[in-house]
Design a protein around this ligand. Structure first.
Ligand code: FAD
Length: 377
């Protein structure tokens, strides 16, 4: 078995790297400090077409294969975790519409989403309901060619700036997905600030008070919100988070190597110390292992192998745990400097922490992976 990127994938990787080094990384500290993505950076992302990276060309998307989508998220994750979050949640909504939307929904929304004229946000979690998503308390009631939605969503990435929200609510007692436009009367958002990491993800609480949306905004059918729509979105979400963790781990490694070359203690560079080399070794090996899991998951998606779902759980579980250890070692290598805002590893450690919570916590993955393994052996 030989696993290598194609010439085309390598060319994309070079493009993505240049974009991240030249455009994204210079903004990342400012984004974190100001707790928002700089609008100019979002413009540059749109210009590159990356908001359509997950969509086919017929809708104005880039038509990338899954491995290349993974490389894009890896590279963006190397530069700014919050910008990678934008790609994740926007793509989750776009792919939900591509897979489960009606022809009208696809033609109405996807070209605008691919161009970045419309930003999507994924709204499942509520103040009282996180991992136990089947139990969402928001409610949708059918009435006169429309649905009336009431509920409260929390921790919604890009909730402050999105134009359309994929909202999950109980309809006839079953979890169901709906599209809600920002300008719907009765729909309001409250920014959430002061998060530990991914601080520029512009999180918000959403309040839905008698929001009347057209019947056509039902996505899929009543009762398929979690079993079909969210399942599909979350697979993309987990894949892009896993790839983002690889990029973040790579950034930790690169900063640590640079620092340990310059910093001298006991008359020699830190990197000459074997205990520092051990940390560099573990970082290198673990980042590589996570990258291979991600590429393999992307490859299985490209060949439409159903095992790709399990492989994505595995990649997300491993990569999110991996990046926490790698970021912690990066801070350790930087000593006190690593605890200050003068060096990016402090932000990397905070950003890393989020990844074991979003798109299914590590504990949820432990249950999913164990159940799947037990059933199949
Ligand atoms: C930065 C950030 C961005 C987010 N963006 C979005 C978004 O865009 N859209 C959205 O809908 N949500 C979003 N979320 C919410 C996220 O999806 C939830 O935080 C996540 O699903 C976990 O839910 P919870 O926080 O309510 O934790 P809980 O479900 O309350 O769990 C708390 C702890 O208990 C553990 N636990 C729960 N049940 C069990 C069990 N049965 N067995 C063992 N352990 C268990 C969990 O693993 C966790 O460690 C975001 C969260 C963060 C931090």
């Amino acid at each position: 078995m030989k696993m290598e990127l194609t010439k085309e994938q390598l060319n994309w990787q070079t493009d993505f790297r240049e974009f991240v080094d030249d455009v994204v990384t210079p903004y990342s500290e400012k984004n974190d400090r100001e707790e928002r993505l700089d609008p100019e950076l979002i413009e540059r992302l749109k210009e590159k077409g990356y908001l359509g990276s997950m969509l086919p060309q017929e809708y104005g998307g880039m038509g990338l294969d899954w491995v290349t989508i993974g490389i894009l998220n890896e590279e963006i994750g190397r530069g700014c975790s919050s910008l990678r979050s934008l790609l994740t949640v926007h793509g989750m909504v776009a792919l939900a519409l591509l897979r489960w939307g009606s022809d009208e929904q696809r033609s109405q929304w996807l070209p605008k989403m691919a161009a970045g004229e419309m930003i999507g946000a994924f709204a499942l979690t509520e103040p009282g309901v996180g991992s136990d998503a089947k139990n969402v308390q928001s409610v949708a009631v059918a009435s006169d060619h429309s649905y009336v939605l009431n509920g409260h969503k929390k921790w919604i990435t890009m909730g402050q700036i999105a134009d359309i929200y994929l909202v999950f609510a109980q309809c006839e007692g079953k979890p169901t997905a709906f599209l809600v436009e920002r300008n719907t009367p009765g729909f309001t958002t409250t920014p959430i600030t002061g998060m530990l990491g991914a601080r520029a993800s512009m999180l918000a609480e959403l309040h839905l008070a008698d929001c009347v949306i057209p019947q056509e905004n039902l996505v899929g059918s009543v009762g398929t919100g979690l079993s079909h729509v969210a399942l599909h979105c979350l697979d993309y979400g987990r894949y892009t988070v896993a790839c983002g963790c690889v990029g973040l781990g790579q950034a930790c490694l690169e900063q640590s190597v640079h620092y340990s070359r310059k910093r001298r203690q006991f008359g020699k560079a830190l990197r000459e110390n074997q205990l520092i080399q051990k940390m560099i070794t573990e970082m290198t090996v673990n980042v590589k292992a996570a990258r291979l899991l991600c590429y393999h998951s992307g490859y299985l998606k490209d060949v439409m192998d159903p095992d790709s779902i399990m492989e994505t759980w595995t990649a997300k579980y491993f990569a999110s745990k991996m990046v926490n250890q790698v970021a912690s070692d990066a801070v350790q290598i930087h000593g006190a400097n690593g605890c200050s805002r003068d060096y990016p590893v402090e932000r990397y450690l905070r950003d890393a922490r989020i990844n074991e919570i979003i798109e299914g916590t590590s504990q949820m993955h432990e249950m999913l992976i164990a159940l799947h393994t037990i059933r199949n052996i």
